[in-house]
Design a protein around this ligand. Structure first.
Ligand code: GLA
Length: 525
């Protein structure tokens, strides 16, 4: 895809790449213009990096159809990726809508016969979240679809009607547009549409989005595309990792640097390289958006993408982005990622060919030099220690040692949430008042218990009440509809529930799901 690069950004990126060999983290840029309030503080979305799947890396534009997306959705569930936390899925630039003569977006029914709302319902019913794609300019990158320019409010309303939960907004064909103003307007339009969405800004680092985009959305691309569709590019992915790590100070809960979708499992990448890139993405608290063909995965690819111990580092609630501590050209030490239980992750990346042997000293990775610590290898799943002063590691070519280091022998996994469904559909056929119920169960695949969810009463219409039952690992939202006095028609509610840390009161996650009610005839009081 041809991109126009902002010259200033290219110079900064070039300088950043030159500085890769710098000895210390102190030379990194520090955030100066961080907005007072991150947008995620309002909707509590993406407080940990979003996880999901997008078609672009493997498929590009043309092969995308409803059939393909549905097959991928099934593969997400059966392969175990859903159970590892991957949730956002949908077409990218898949020629899925056009603009009608009235200015409104309409689904491409030839390629998506159920329409984009129908596809969203299928995805929600499977306990997954719906991702869509558009552009901030006049057209999308391939020019096959209309961009939002001049139609920001109408288009965000259409996305809300289709029930999207995540919208990636590209920056192609945006000549002459002010980037901050344009994305701010799109943010306003999303809020006006009334459906909270994860907003993924995609300007490839143009306009320095890490400085301002946290007030508008939840994640922003920091670099150019990680590959051309169909083929992984190891060297490019590594370059992107080293550019992205420098932006560590700008990341935090609800505001993520996005080094692009993953290439794990794509042609052109060895198993070791896939494991290494996955480790780097986890170390950088990057959104984990798989980009490979989920219908056709080797066991090693599945094992990499579903390694909960690695995912636990990515999904850690503190939301710190790890970064390079030192880099001697072939070997780099990555740290700076404290985790919620007091442990820390560290990573050694060897870009040479044979083997690197070195000692990681505890004071290089955030502990006291004299500490005695346990070390968990996140790929072999072995714990050793206690080690005094540091630990010796051996790393093969293009490989990593990805470690979690702790004062205790336990390595708890933070909450990884998986839903049985995100759509409750109820139908009242008679004229007599009745009570209908439908449930949504959220399972925590992490090892620590989750406090009870609290449903926001403001998100409930008078006909719906919600009680949360269970605790610890499984919590069920029992939705009860009282039909007395309801008129014939279709009703909809978007339920919001929040999970907060009991001691600090800090938000941990917000959950949104849809309740649809069809009332076939007027119901008596
Ligand atoms: C840009 C983005 C990619 C993809 C394509 C679609 O290149 O960076 O991730 O969305 O557009 O055309």
């Amino acid at each position: 895809m041809k991109k126009r690069w902002n010259l200033g950004f290219v110079i900064v990126l070039g300088m950043a790449l030159l500085l890769t060999a710098r000895p210390a983290w102190s030379q990194n840029a520090h955030p100066q213009n961080l907005p007072q309030k991150a947008h995620a503080e309002v909707d509590a979305l993406a407080l940990t990096p979003p996880m999901g799947w997008y078609p672009w890396n493997i498929f590009g534009e043309e092969p995308q159809t409803e059939k393909l997306i549905k097959e991928i959705v099934d593969a997400l569930v059966t392969s175990g990726l859903k159970d590892a936390g991957y949730a956002y899925v949908g077409p990218d630039e898949g020629i899925c809508f056009s603009r009608g003569p009235d200015g409104k977006l309409t689904s491409n029914l030839t390629r998506y016969p159920s329409g984009l709302r129908g596809l969203g319902d299928t995805i929600h019913k499977k306990g997954l979240k719906y991702a869509l794609y558009t552009d901030a300019g006049s057209k999308t990158c391939s020019t096959a679809m209309p961009g939002t320019k001049g139609y920001e409010f109408e288009d965000m309303r259409a996305f809300a009607e289709w029930r999207a939960d995540y919208i990636k907004i590209d920056w192609c064909n945006s000549e002459g547009q002010d980037i901050v103003k344009t994305y701010s307007l799109l943010g306003q339009a999303q809020r006006a549409a009334g459906r909270p969405v994860v907003h993924s800004l995609c300007s490839w680092g143009e306009g320095y989005p890490w400085q301002w985009a946290g007030a508008i959305g939840h994640m922003w691309r920091t670099t150019t595309d990680v590959c051309a569709p169909g083929q992984a590019d190891w060297a490019r992915a590594v370059r992107i990792a080293f550019a992205n790590e420098k932006l560590a100070p700008f990341a935090g809960p609800g505001r993520w640097n996005d080094p692009d979708m993953m290439v794990v499992g794509m042609p052109g990448l060895s198993e070791v390289q896939g494991r290494t890139l996955f480790s780097l993405w986890c170390m950088m608290a990057s959104p984990l958006i798989a980009g490979n063909d989920l219908r056709d995965m080797t066991k090693p690819t599945i094992d990499i993408l579903t390694n909960l111990e690695a995912i636990a580092v990515d999904q850690d609630p503190l939301g710190a982005q790890g970064h390079v501590v030192w880099n001697d050209g072939d070997v780099s030490l990555w740290a700076g990622k404290p985790l919620f239980d007091g442990s820390r992750s560290a990573l050694v990346f060897f870009q040479g060919r044979s083997k690197a042997r070195l000692r990681i000293a505890w004071d290089e990775v955030g502990f006291a030099a004299a500490d005695k610590l346990y070390v968990r290898n996140l790929w072999t799943h072995e714990t050793t220690g206690p080690h005094a002063g540091g630990v010796d590691v051996t790393v093969g070519g293009s490989d990593v040692a990805f470690l979690r280091i702790s004062k205790t022998k336990d390595f708890p996994i933070p909450p990884i949430l998986v839903a049985d469904t995100y759509l409750v559909s109820l139908r009242a056929a008679g004229s007599r008042p009745e009570k209908l119920t439908g449930t949504v169960t959220i399972t925590n695949k992490g090892s620590s218990d989750l406090p009870p969810w609290r449903v926001d009463p403001k998100s409930l219409p008078p006909w719906l009440s919600v009680a949360v039952t269970g605790g610890g690992k499984d919590q069920t939202f029992v939705n009860t509809v009282a039909t007395a006095g309801l008129k014939k028609g279709a009703y909809h509610a978007l339920v919001r529930a929040d999970n907060v840390e009991p001691v600090s009161g800090k938000p941990m996650s917000a959950l949104y799901y849809d309740v649809d009610l069809e009332v076939v005839r007027n119901v008596r009081r």
